[in-house]
Design a protein around this ligand. Sequence first.
Ligand code: HSE
Length: 433
Amino acid sequence: MKPVKVGICGLGTVGGGTFNVLIRNAEEISRRAGRKIIIEQIGTRSENPACDTSGMQLTTDVFEVATNPEIDIVVELIGGYETARELVMTAIENGKHVVTANKALIAVHGNEIFEAAQEQNVMVAFEASVAGGIPIIKAIREGLAANQINWLAGIINGTGNYIMTEMREKGRAFADVLQEAQALGYAEADPTFDVEGIDAAHKLTILSSLAFGVPLQFNKAFTEGISKITPQDVQYAEELGYRVKHLGITRRTDKGIELRVHPTLIPRDVLLANVNGVMNAILVDGDAVGQTLYYGPGAGAEATASAVVADIVDVVRTLTADRDNRVPHLAFQPSELSDAPILPVEETTSAYYLRLQAVERPGVLAHVTRILGEKGINIEAIIQKQTTEAQVPVIMLTQRVEERMMNEAIREIEALPDILGEIIRIRVELLAD
Ligand code: HSE
């Protein structure tokens, strides 16, 4: 059979890893794919010292790769939104199949890209866009195809998880740890994407569409980062038997779909609570299988390349299959996508950890609990630390309640004269059912 020719756009961390894996494992990969896979051209503005590209056809213009008539598969690894979108659309217009690791691109422009790909009868594969080397897209789209997925919750940003782990285990400062994650090549070009949860929201948007068969709706994802988490909250959570993790959670409810990324208290003994450092993990709850957990490296050159190359192999294997019988981009047939609404965060429910600073005076807690009671909020646990100061931190765990009611309660409690400053609120998930 004729070899399949790929063009790699971008030779940074993931591009370099992909190049090296394709070269090093060429023989075994072609035994799996059934065809030889040749790197025909590389589009990159700068060389990667980790790659020996001697004898390769290089260009600084990635669009040359997207229009090269020799190339069958364009591998987009340049990242970012706009140029990547243009590149992928050009490749599709030119009849190329596309493999990408770009979560921002898929989360924001995926609907348009898939439609164009469908029209041109080409494939767009994006396994590496979520959780690096973990084959979570394949697992949801194919392995769990029998299930109605109820919810999934994941640690899907390695940098954020690394920061939270180091803060908890070593009491290290936030900025310090972030700098280290950048040096290790894990952090996004703009680290606020990691710290403020945008990167995780990109990935969760993709997972949610795959789980529930809805179009990609990144703009409806609720996103809260880790920058406000203090070592104090991490410590109180531990005392209560919980751990703070930055989670992406998507859940099917009667009213619509929850799509939210935020720091979350989860019981210390669940597996997800023990996923540390830069590792990623996704817990999926399906009606037939129950809970399954997917764990592994969510970033890094060759770990991500593992998913990119698997996609190339998939494309090569599918090249001869009829278009209507290929695995659909969003797991469900395009005509079967549902219009279930994505819920505003006010309409989602969760339990809450609250930390408030109260004046040390009789009756203050009574006011607080009255307000919670009026909003139908049940208190699960409460800690008031002994102090000789005039003010005292009070920590509470509540049962599940609609976020709207919690917002109202927090507004009223913050307005009490004996409550000082803002109330810290972290959502709590038991991940049990
Ligand atoms: N910045 C991302 C992370 C890289 O830290 O998980 C992989 O998408």
